[in-house]
Design a protein around this ligand. Structure first.
Ligand code: PEP
Ligand code: MG
Length: 553
């Protein structure tokens, strides 16, 4: 069905191109996200840093120079992959890890090109391939190649990574935008996005949708039709950019805008209410967050607490490990901002495929089956203890905190964590006995032994991202087996059902915090097999709540 979808895009493009001259005072394009906004224009250009004028060093130095830059970008992408629409960034990270790409860079360097030139040559060739690809979808990936090429160039040349700075609420006009640009936007300043290129399936468009920004693409000629600072109205319903509307048109647009704003307000307002099924059961809906910046959005989207706080960001953003005090402040502040709603802090979940710059670890042959999550923490106690102490201290002032352990496979692992926790509490002279301790259920061993694990912990949270890959024995990042990585597989559903039943028998709550929890197409199935608590990214919560209200158990 992918093909059909892409074909219809082609048709739409032609249709709109045909329409291009028919509206006076507006540029027409393709709508990618609904909404009407009026604001001054900011014109954005994102250029490739130039190849520096320097002599060739040693081959090994040149190679190391590119390697380092790529590693830096991959780390950042893997961090971004943890956020909304993270799959785009995982895909970019995978593009950068392609051995063929690397071979080409290396051979250019061996033929005497400096690192920056070798990188650009390679990526230009790759972009060229995409530009001539058969399907529209593949052609739109050219922008992705340009994006990763530029990020690595910025890293190598030390050129100022020009995070687009926007001072007042504006509508952005650009040729095309990079996913890395869109991800860095301050949503309160970017009211709308209009691209002269791009496409419905381009990643910048997907991100704009995820962020809820009214947007349109393929607005050909828009950059020439307006100047910076000019007031325009973007109609994201129709895909029109009005630069010279008649008074009549402007009035109609203003009325429509008010109608849209009211509808949005009421959707958000109902997100603040509990999600009750048709047959009257209230289903708690919580948020997944990656850091303090996600909190506002989570609360305005109706989160009834945080079901998953991925603490990795604290560790991945820096060359040095965060201190106990730094961690304590972050945990305490987030918990305080939540009032009496729960904050579920997941202990450090890195290792193998997610290296820590500040804590280098030997490479593994099968990183997904290696030293990940709790396994790594138990092998590196000092690293773990610092986090446990920070959590214990924050818990003393914020009793809404609970601890969640990832990648648990054995009862023994839980016992070890609890022993470390008790020891640290004793050293700090605090009481840890009330701190709820739960585990992620994301390893098949934990499902099969859920009854015994339930005796040891206060809650379960099902991580379907990993559970699916481990149940199906199919790497979640490997496109060759992507069909197997499907949480609707009967075996995965069975694993979820078994987990819910074990939780019920032991009388402990079971929630889900993997991507499946936020998928409205999965909600009925999940309620049917016993799930009663959901945690998903903020932008998905209003829709998820609306979906729950339509369903019966
Ligand atoms: C999961 O595995 O489902 C999960 C929520 O954790 P992560 O995606 O961070 O591995
Ligand atoms: Mg996981």
């Amino acid at each position: 069905d992918g093909v059909i979808e892409h074909q219809s895009d082609e048709v739409e493009t032609l249709h709109h191109e045909g329409n291009a001259q028919t509206i006076e005072g507006a540029i027409t394009g393709i709508s990618v996200n609904e909404g009407i906004v009026t604001a001054p224009v900011v014109l954005v250009t994102s250029e490739m840093p130039p190849v520096p004028d320097r002599h060739f060093g040693h081959t090994t130095d040149e190679i190391a120079h590119v390697k380092q830059a790529i590693e830096c970008v991959v780390q950042r992408l893997q961090h971004q992959a943890k956020q909304a629409k993270g799959d785009i960034f995982s895909a970019h990270s995978m593009m950068l890890s392609d051995p063929e790409l690397w071979q080409s860079v290396e051979s250019h360097i061996q033929s005497g090109m400096i690192a920056e030139q070798a990188w650009l040559e390679t990526l230009h060739a790759l972009a060229e391939e995409y530009r001539h690809a058969e399907t529209l979808y593949m052609r739109e990936r050219e922008a992705d190649v340009h994006d990763i090429a530029r990020q690595v160039m910025v890293e190598m040349t030390g050129a100022k990574s020009h995070a687009i700075e926007i001072k007042e609420p504006s509508i952005l006009l650009a040729h095309d935008l990079m996913p890395s640009d869109v991800a860095g936007f301050d949503k309160s300043k970017v009211l709308g996005i209009c691209l002269s290129e791009g496409g419905k399936t381009s990643h910048s468009a997907i991100l704009a949708r995820a962020m809820g920004i009214p947007a349109m693409v393929k607005a050909q000629g828009c950059l020439d039709a307006v100047r910076s600072g000019q007031m325009v109205t973007l109609d994201g319903f129709k895909g029109h950019l009005w630069f010279a509307p008649s008074d009549e048109v402007q009035q109609a647009l203003d009325a429509q805008k008010i109608e849209w704003q009211n509808a949005r307000k009421s959707a958000l307002a109902s997100a603040q209410q509990v999600a009750m099924t048709r047959d009257g059961l209230a289903i708690p809906v919580l948020a997944n967050i990656g850091g303090p910046n996600d909190l506002d959005n989570a609360l305005t989207s109706g989160a009834e607490g945080v079901g998953l706080f991925r603490t990795e960001f604290l560790f991945q953003d820096s060359e040095v490990l965060p201190t106990e005090e730094e961690q304590y402040q972050v945990y305490r502040d987030i918990a305080a901002a939540l009032g009496d709603k729960p904050l579920t802090i997941r202990s450090l979940d890195v290792g193998g495929d997610k290296p820590l710059a500040a804590y280098p670890m030997p490479a593994e042959d099968n990183p997904f089956l290696g030293l990940r999550g709790v396994r790594l923490c138990l092998k590196h106690e000092a690293l773990f203890n610092t986090q446990l102490r920070a959590i214990l201290k924050a818990f003393q002032v914020q009793p809404n905190i609970q601890l969640m352990i990832p990648m648990v496979a054995q009862v023994q692992e839980v016992k070890k964590v609890k022993a470390l926790l008790a020891h640290q509490a004793q050293q700090l002279g605090v009481d840890a006995s009330n701190l709820p301790v739960g585990i992620m259920i994301e390893v098949p061993a934990a499902v099969l032994n859920a009854d015994a694990l339930a005796q040891e912990v206060d809650f379960f949270s099902i991580g379907t991202n990993d559970l699916t890959q481990y149940v199906m024995a199919a790497d979640r990042g490997n496109t060759a087996v992507a069909e197997l990585v499907n949480y609707f597989e009967p075996s995965v559903l069975k694993a979820i059902e078994l987990t819910c039943a074990a939780g019920d028998r032991a009388g402990i709550p079971v929630s889900m915090c993997g991507e499946m929890a936020g998928d409205p197409n999965a909600t009925q199935t999940l309620l049917g097999i016993g799930l009663r608590k959901f945690s998903a990214s903020a932008s998905l919560l209003p829709g998820l709540k609306a979906q729950i209200r339509q369903l019966s158990l």
